[in-house]
Design a protein around this ligand. Structure first.
Ligand code: ASP
Length: 332
């Protein structure tokens, strides 16, 4: 691998956590110790040909504490790093795994840089027995320095695999292979001999999106409602009462809800709230059936509910017209 220069932004999470001892693989948060990006780099074994790296302090928190304010700062920070350092060849962001895929998708839609942006985390704390933290960090750095990784949007490197931010989900609470791209698979792999890509994403991303973060001070409220058999629509009414401008329904596959809940959602759509129909299935597209269209709902395509929420919130910063929002779910 050729050299390069990679900035490593640390935000916290398990990858930076230090447990009480090597066997503390679950309750390590209680130890209250997280390393910052400089400390992670100092402890991460790297080979002679690996890129040069420098640390960019950001935060050291559980990713359950990360939301729009941090996403906005991260998007702006990526732009600033590139402006400040024209020699920079890639950016790595270390992050807790709980919300990693949401941060990654937000950056995928809003960061405006041409160099690779790679997120990584770990399923086991830095000092845990058989921890994946150091290997994930080193692999993320290698991918970030890889010219083929440019222009692919935000990438997530975990467990030797390279995933598109759009496709990847944490599919298990604790396994090392928790991060998967259901129905799509990884874009490539960070193997010991080289970083190997197999395919490129098709949907618009990063430089090719219409979302200008500098102009967005706050995201409109969008709530996600998880459908259950017998759902009576009470939570949909609560979302409307809370001022939601958008509602994402995590419906029964392929994309439906119990009729009393559907009735409330129809009223919401008729009143100008954008209702996006996603599914709780974990993979697969929501088809634009005649019922969906008659209800006035927008299909989430194959975005899971929490990512549909991000796209819908960003879309609502541009327009409230469902006919303009609907194509965005096919474009991004
Ligand atoms: N609670 C942690 C976090 O998301 C979990 C992890 O990083 O794996 O920050």
């Amino acid at each position: 691998m050729g050299k390069g220069r990679v900035a490593v932004i640390g935000t916290g999470g398990t990858i930076s956590a230090i447990g009480r001892d090597a066997f503390d693989l679950q309750d390590y948060d209680a130890n209250g110790t997280m390393l910052d990006a400089a400390e992670l780099l100092a402890r991460c074994p790297r080979a002679e040909g690996d890129p040069d790296c420098y640390a960019v302090p950001f935060s050291a928190v559980s990713s359950t504490a990360i939301g729009f304010a941090e996403w906005r700062k991260l998007t702006l920070l990526c732009g600033e790093l590139v402006d400040r350092d024209p020699e920079l060849t890639g950016i790595v962001i270390t992050h807790g795994t709980a919300t990693l895929e949401e941060t990654a998708y937000f950056l995928h839609l809003t960061v405006k840089v041409g160099i690779p942006v790679v997120l990584t985390g770990a399923m086991r704390p830095w000092n845990g027995l058989s921890s994946d933290a150091a290997l994930n960090l080193r692999n993320a750095i290698r991918v970030a320095a890889c010219p083929e990784a440019a222009g692919l949007g935000a990438l997530v490197v975990m467990n030797d695999e390279i995933h598109s931010a759009r496709d990847v989900s944490k599919c298990s609470t604790a396994r090392l292979d928790a991060f998967q791209s259901p129905g799509h698979g990884p874009l490539g792999r960070a193997d010991a001999d080289r970083v190997a890509f197999h395919r490129r994403p098709l949907r618009n991303r990063m430089l090719d999106t219409e979302f200008a973060i500098a102009d967005i001070e706050a995201l409109p409220r969008v709530d996600v409602l998880h459908a259950c058999a017998g759902g009576d629509g009470a939570l949909a009414l609560a979302a409307i009462a809370a001022g939601a401008r958008g509602i994402v329904s995590a419906g029964f596959a392929p994309g439906e809800t119990h009729e009393p809940e559907a009735a409330v959602l129809r009223q919401a759509a008729a009143s100008g709230i954008i209702v996006v129909q996603s599914t709780r299935a974990g993979s697969g597209r929501v088809p634009s059936t005649s019922r969906l269209v008659a209800n006035g709902f927008v299909s989430a395509d194959d975005l899971p509910p929490h990512k549909a929420r991000i796209l819908l919130a960003l879309a609502l910063t541009r327009t409230s017209d469902p006919h303009r929002i609907e194509p965005m779910f096919r474009r991004y």
